[in-house]
Ligand binder design. Structure first.
Ligand SMILES: Cc1cc2nc3c(=O)[nH]c(=O)nc-3n(C[C@H](O)[C@H](O)[C@H](O)COP(=O)(O)OP(=O)(O)OC[C@H]3O[C@@H](n4cnc5c(N)ncnc54)[C@H](O)[C@@H]3O)c2cc1C
Length: 381
């Protein structure tokens, strides 16, 4: 894209080089282990990948939303689970503290997350409250100067790895959306426990945990933002982070297109190559149309965000469009591979599994369409 900021081209080539050198050779082992390599996390911390959206005074590398978007895209291109780790920690957990924390909280919690020294988990979803966030039942009731947290969170990315659990709980359980507050808890706080790790279809190297809160006592210094104002903060954060999900889909689609292209030009059949068939050429052209369109809206939206513009609808458009377009690209790339693409161990087989969750988390695509429609009502009356 010709009008991208100057720092983007060198950033992309540096992340791609890092992914080729350090990430790709470890993918199979990390998938097998169901975990991201600690040395890789440390390297990404030193390179400023976790800190991209944040100011330097809070440990960030100040690359803007557009920089973070490119990092997420290039990491996901090589390995989706690694991008999920960075996205959940920086795009969600650390971002909450950046948006609503005091300077003291930013120093204590944001700076280590921005440097990749402490991983964050964003704990919003519950067994009975996913899309319907206000239905949450985890409570944080005032007890003297403290709060006592009780409840459960489900499907929490980085749950096993996290140092900081950015947790939403009801401080006024009589209310729905207006009674939710936000807290940062340290791993190891008595009563905070990872009770289950999920076995998943894809992103198998990203840990997804169920977390229990059993009389977890925290001081008021752990409350981020004002009491009962957690829901608007969560929704604002998700508006930003959805661009990151879209950029992960873009990275996976680009990788799938490259794999499909290479295979179609190598595979010999009917006296020529698969790519010699016009139907395959058209499929590849459709894949390029999807990639170019997704790339255009994602980069534009990230730059709008960096310019301080409202991206409430645009981020949902990016998430819904890019995840659905990428799913079609990945599916077509797998189809081109024939039986080989279905066999465990082929790159396209992993991408196909890894991509499926993209339409579900950080707001299912149906919820994105609700957001878009809500903004349309303001636009069209
Ligand atoms: C691998 C993984 C990682 C995750 N990581 C995190 C995390 O780090 N932190 C966190 O808090 N959560 C996380 N989640 C949870 C995720 O955000 C939720 O699964 C998602 O928001 C959907 O909620 P739900 O699963 O309860 O589905 P439900 O809310 O029960 O919805 C089920 C389905 O119903 C449809 N639907 C929902 N609402 C509507 C509607 N209004 N109109 C029409 N159809 C609708 C959608 O198709 C949706 O998929 C993760 C989930 C997964 C699978």
């Amino acid at each position: 894209m010709s009008q991208l900021p100057e720092h983007i081209a060198p950033l992309r080539s540096a992340v791609r080089d890092f992914a080729d050198r350090e990430l790709r050779p470890r993918v199979d082992a990390m998938e097998e282990a169901g975990a991201i390599d600690r040395d890789l996390i440390n390297q990404m911390g030193q390179l400023g990948y976790f800190g991209a959206p944040f100011e330097e005074r809070w440990g960030g590398s100040a690359m803007g939303e557009i920089g973070f978007t490119i990092i997420q895209e290039e990491l996901a291109r090589a390995h989706a689970s690694t991008a999920v780790l960075v996205g959940a920690s920086s795009g969600l957990a650390a971002r909450m503290v950046a948006v609503a924390g005091t300077d003291e909280q930013k120093e204590r919690f944001l700076a280590p997350m921005a440097r990749g020294e402490g991983i964050g988990a964003f704990c919003l979803t519950e067994p009975g409250a996913g899309s319907d966030v206000p239905a949450m039942t985890t409570t944080a009731l005032a007890d003297g100067d403290d709060f006592l947290l009780n409840g459960q969170k489900a499907f929490i990315s980085n749950g096993r790895l996290a140092q900081y659990f950015v947790t939403f709980a009801k401080t006024d359980p009589e209310q729905r959306g207006r009674g939710i507050s936000l807290f940062v808890l340290d791993a190891g706080t008595p009563g905070l426990e990872v009770v289950r790790l999920e076995d998943k279809l894809g992103i198998r190297a990203s840990d997804t945990a169920q977390i229990a809160y059993d009389d977890v006592r925290v001081g008021r210094d752990r409350l981020v933002g004002t009491e009962n104002n957690g829901l608007p903060l969560a929704l604002d954060t998700l508006n930003q982070s959805r661009v990151g999900i879209a950029s992960m889909s873009l990275g996976m689609a680009k990788e799938a297109l490259k794999l499909g292209w290479d295979y179609a030009h190598e595979r010999e059949l009917f006296g020529g190559t698969l790519a010699g068939q016009q139907v395959t050429q058209h499929a590849l052209a459709d894949m390029q149309i999807a990639v170019y369109t997704a790339e255009s809206i994602i980069y534009r939206t990230a730059m709008m965000s960096d310019a301080g513009e409202n991206i409430e609808a645009e981020s949902s458009v990016c998430k819904a469009y890019a995840t659905e377009a990428a799913e079609r690209v990945v599916d077509r790339a797998l189809q081109m591979h024939g039986g080989v693409g279905y066999i465990r161990g082929s790159a396209i087989e992993r991408i196909y599994r890894d991509h499926r969750v993209q339409r579900i988390y950080e707001g299912a695509n149906e919820v994105q369409r609700n957001n878009i429609y809500r903004v349309m009502r303001r636009m069209y009356g």
